[in-house]
Design a protein around this ligand. Structure first.
Ligand code: NI
Length: 398
């Protein structure tokens, strides 16, 4: 196994420039969820150039590559998401986004480039292992009800069905050169909601003749936070955030309608199940007490990503082989971020890990979804090595 590890590392190190090129090409040409036409074509071209069998347009712009190792053995899947966010890139770098209003500020450019690197390395080493590697390049991760669901509906987890699946996400909370992983829950469930509050409009100077939807909304907003602080166990975190609010037409008119939308996160399925009812109690109680009425819709989004114990430990052990024990952080806590990778791990055992990407010395310090977000590109090599080595170990041991 030692020689195999050395060979994998050498093949990866030789790819450094091309990995940076992949990442920058994709970074400069970001495409929003559902519009990943050029990115998916780019991915398919690189895979084909490496003699990898490619199927395109799987659930939108999804791309699937298959590498066949020696006969027999299991199948392992690797997944990267490809979409960008609607945000302007403010970086003063020659590889900044060329598309106004679109930016890879969640690092999906890195995920795609890393998986292209892994694909190249594993296809060059396919005589060394038994079994198959399924490469899943997924569109629309950022869109609710997005790409993972679409690809699963189109059969991405069949023919062959993988025995395991691995994905990574860039993680500016860790420095470049480190990775983080943990068994069990690693991301939050993400649900959405919309509330409309109906009142009665009238003259702002005669409030007694009206029902002020804005005043009702302000009480609803405040009291929803009471659920978090007083109705659920403080040992089980949850978040309710109102992200948008709109209502009213003029300064001297009492508004008869306010619309609110927001997101709900939690880590515990039981709490997740209770939150819609607790929210409706608050909305109903307050609007009725103040003479108004309401509409409330709650939309179930992605469940938590739950890392399989064995696959998480495979990643941790593989990463330690490459980076040394002190660069592999066994994360204590999940984050309240969400991921539709959970739809894969609901079906097959899998694990998600976090790739450290920050580097204060290079000024790379900004969080995900920030207009100045960037990564230390040295992390590309780390991502490729940890993923490729996890696959080789898995296929050798199974
Ligand atoms: Ni992301």
């Amino acid at each position: 196994m030692k020689n195999l590890l050395k060979r994998m590392e050498k093949l990866t190190d030789e790819m450094k420039d091309i990995l940076i090129k992949y990442r920058r090409d994709i970074h400069q040409n970001p495409e929003l969820s559902g519009m990943e036409e050029k990115t998916s074509a780019y991915v398919a071209t690189v895979l084909k150039a490496n003699d990898i069998e490619v199927v395109r347009n799987v659930g939108g712009y999804g791309v699937v590559g298959i590498i066949n190792g020696k006969r027999g053995g299991k199948t392992i899947a690797l997944r990267a998401d490809m979409d960008a966010l609607p945000l302007h890139d403010d970086k003063k770098k020659d590889y900044a986004s060329k598309v106004s209003g679109a930016m890879h500020s969640c690092g999906h450019d890195v995920h795609t480039a890393v998986l292209l690197g892994v694909a190249t390395v594993l296809s060059k080493m396919k005589e060394e292992y038994k079994g198959n590697v399924k490469l899943i390049f997924q569109p629309s991760e950022e869109r609710p009800g997005g790409g993972a669901w679409d690809m699963i509906q189109k059969g991405v987890l069949e023919n062959p069905t993988p025995s395991a699946i691995i994905a990574l996400h860039v993680f500016p909370d860790l420095p470049s050169g480190e990775i983080g992983c943990k068994p069990g829950v690693i991301t939050a469930s993400t649900d959405g909601f919309a509330i409309t509050i109906h009142g009665k409009s009238g003259h702002a100077a005669r409030p007694h003749q009206t029902i002020d939807a804005i005043l009702v909304a302000s009480h609803v907003i405040e009291t929803l936070q009471h659920i978090i602080s007083r109705r659920i166990d403080p040992l089980h975190p949850a978040v309710i955030t109102i992200g948008t609010i709109s209502g009213g037409t003029a300064a001297n008119i009492v508004a008869d309608r306010v619309e609110l939308t927001g997101t709900v996160r939690s880590l515990n399925p039981e709490i997740r199940g209770k939150l819609p009812q607790l929210m409706e109690q608050v909305i109903k109680g307050i609007t009725e007490a103040m003479g108004g009425s309401y509409e409330f819709t709650f939309t179930q989004g992605n469940p938590s990503v739950v890392n399989d114990e064995e696959i998480a430990s495979l990643i941790i052990t593989s990463a330690k082989d490459i980076l040394g024990d002190d660069k592999v952080v066994e994360l204590e806590e999940p984050t309240m971020g969400g991921e539709d990778f959970s739809l894969f791990t609901e079906k097959i055992p899998g694990s998600f890990f976090r790739l450290g990407t920050s580097n204060p010395e290079k000024g790379i310090i900004h969080p995900l979804h920030h207009r100045l977000f960037d990564v230390d590109e040295d992390a590309l090599l780390v991502g490729v090595k940890v993923m490729a080595w996890s696959v080789i170990r898995f296929l050798k041991e199974n």
